[in-house]
Design a protein around this ligand. Structure first.
Ligand code: COA
Length: 171
């Protein structure tokens, strides 16, 4: 595979990102939604992975205090299985933790084994459910968190994580 470059998404990437979304999701975000994310949303931060000048995948989050609320991770079907999502997520987490972020959260469908495996590799832990979260088939969402402790190590114990969530007043 040609070299992958991971970089911050720019307004000129809106079309490519929206095309990836269309190829990946039953209810993709519109090009306008991504335009707002990249041009107007001051808490949004997106990275793209590029191969030979083509955007192959992206990941993004909303920066809420010291938490990152991951909005999406997607790789175009023709580029899957080449560790592109791994590289993009690795850069996203690394950059944000260096900037002081201490926890990340996301929702994922219980049927999305590939994504769950990917997130588990990054020490995301299943801490609960949002019943009927997905509008298309009313599937629940698994809520996952990656939290690092004071020594910078990810907390992997579900019960300990749930206690941290309760202390913070979250699920
Ligand atoms: C999930 C997704 C982003 C993974 O992208 P990718 O670039 O193919 O993933 P990677 O090659 O980096 O693989 C990372 C890990 O994911 C898991 N994974 C990826 N493809 C897999 C497959 N076909 N079967 C099982 N696990 C798989 C593995 O744990 C893999 O690590 P490994 O290769 O070291 O075993 C991609 O499948 C995708 O875009 N899916 C549609 C969009 C989506 O569901 N996004 C998540 C929304 S919550």
């Amino acid at each position: 595979m040609s070299d992958l470059t991971v970089r911050a998404a720019e307004p000129g990437d809106v079309h490519s990102i929206a095309e990836i979304d269309k190829a990946c999701f039953s209810a993709p975000w519109s090009e306008e939604s991504f335009r707002v994310e990249l041009e107007e949303n001051t808490v949004a931060f997106y990275l793209v992975g590029e191969i030979d000048g083509e955007v192959a995948g992206y990941a993004g989050l909303w920066w809420v205090g010291d938490e990152g609320h991951i909005t999406n991770v997607a790789v175009h079907p023709k580029y899957r299985g080449k560790h592109i999502a791994t590289c993009i997520l690795d850069c996203l987490i690394d950059y944000c933790e260096n900037e002081g972020m201490r926890s990340f959260t996301l929702e994922v469908r219980p049927s999305n084994d590939k994504a769950i495996e990917l997130y588990q590799k990054f020490a995301f832990v299943d801490v609960g459910r949002r019943p009927g979260y997905y509008e298309d088939n009313h599937e629940d969402a698994i809520i996952m968190w990656r939290v690092i402790d004071d020594s910078g190590m990810p907390v992997l114990d579900r019960v300990k994580l749930q206690e941290i969530m309760i202390q913070r007043g979250k699920e």
